[in-house]
Design a protein around this ligand. Structure first.
Ligand SMILES: [Zn+2]
Length: 329
């Protein structure tokens, strides 16, 4: 009799409780927000003078604040690029951030604001107070003054293609070669965002990283999206890169009974880029990753590396964005 009760209990667990757990596991994964370049969207006429104010949405409080454009660029540059980087790299970052801002004003993503302060949605922005508090006390004034000067020295400068501000994507480290937007977000490529190579990026800590998973950990991560995934780890080709993008990043990779894109794999496994290789040993798989970020547009470490070799901000911008002009607002 006891046995029957025991079997009934097991039956209940299998029928009701296990599916509930599995369904919860298959929740939507929050992917790193990587906006899609929208080349076809409606354009808004905006005042492009450099003295204008912009409406900045604070993502954490949902409040909109009106800030001076050039002051806003100082806060963005100080949040997006280390103050220790070369002056010409910081100037390039200022122009890229200003261009990106104007592009966003013309192609708004938020209803009541021009841009938000989240790095995963628009671009990072910290208040001066918050930014200073993150630097060593002795460095604060010096760092802020350096960035303010780089922004002031490039005041009003933006990057244009066909007389329009470009969608000036940037990222941390390209691993030596940048990527086209189509490979990251789908849609159409943009003529000024080509695959380009930059020397010296391997000198930065963002250039290489590695992550190891036990076979169980790997399966569990992939199950967050593919509940029925099954991999035969004893077979050498049950995990296999099927296809690479023009820049050498993983385009498609097979995991057992599923084929995933490199971008999807990066998100699910939390890799720093889609430029990776992997090795299996014992019951572990290790991913060796090159670069940090989506790889489109200007690489910040690449910009710094070029500046160290004597490049100006103009050289840097023309290297990462093809056939563009640098214009004054
Ligand atoms: Zn945003």
């Amino acid at each position: 009799m006891k046995k029957i009760v025991y079997y009934i209990l097991i039956f209940i667990v299998i029928i009701f409780i296990v599916p509930t757990i599995l369904t919860k596991k298959q929740r939507n994964i929050t992917t790193e927000v990587q906006e899609t370049p929208k080349t076809q969207e409606e354009k808004h006429e905006v005042d492009l003078s450099s003295d204008r104010k912009i409406k900045l949405l604070h993502a954490s409080t949902n409040e909109v604040e009106e800030v001076d454009l050039e002051q806003y660029i100082c806060n963005v540059v100080s949040s997006e690029m280390p103050a220790s980087y070369e002056i010409e790299a910081l100037k390039a970052q200022a122009i890229v951030a200003r261009t990106y801002t104007l592009y966003k004003m013309k192609h708004p993503k938020h209803e009541n604001a021009d841009i938000c302060d989240s790095s995963t949605c628009c671009q990072a922005w910290l208040s001066k107070e918050d930014r200073l508090s993150k630097w060593e006390e002795t460095e604060r004034e010096k760092n802020w003054a350096k960035i303010e000067k780089c922004v002031a020295d490039t005041k009003g400068k933006i990057i244009t293609y066909n007389n329009e501000p470009i969608n000036a994507f940037f990222h941390s480290n390209s691993g030596g070669t940048t990527e086209t937007p189509k490979e990251v977000w789908g849609g159409e490529n943009l003529p000024y965002l080509q695959v380009v190579q930059t020397a010296g990026e391997d000198g930065y800590r963002q250039y290489s990283s590695e992550v190891s998973f036990t076979f169980d950990e790997l399966i569990n991560k992939l199950k967050e999206k593919y509940g029925d995934i099954s991999i035969d780890f004893s077979k050498n080709d049950d995990i296999k890169t099927m296809d690479y993008t023009q820049s050498g990043r993983v385009k498609t990779i097979k995991f057992g009974n599923h084929e995933l894109s490199g971008v999807e794999t990066r998100t699910l496994l939390g890799l720093k880029s889609t430029n990776f290789e992997f090795y299996k040993n014992d019951n572990k798989i290790t991913f060796f990753v090159k670069g940090y970020g989506h790889g489109v547009g200007m690489s910040q470490t690449g910009a710094d590396s070029m500046a160290k070799d004597g490049s100006t901000f103009e050289d840097i911008i023309h290297h990462f964005y093809s056939n563009v002009e640098i214009k004054n607002l």
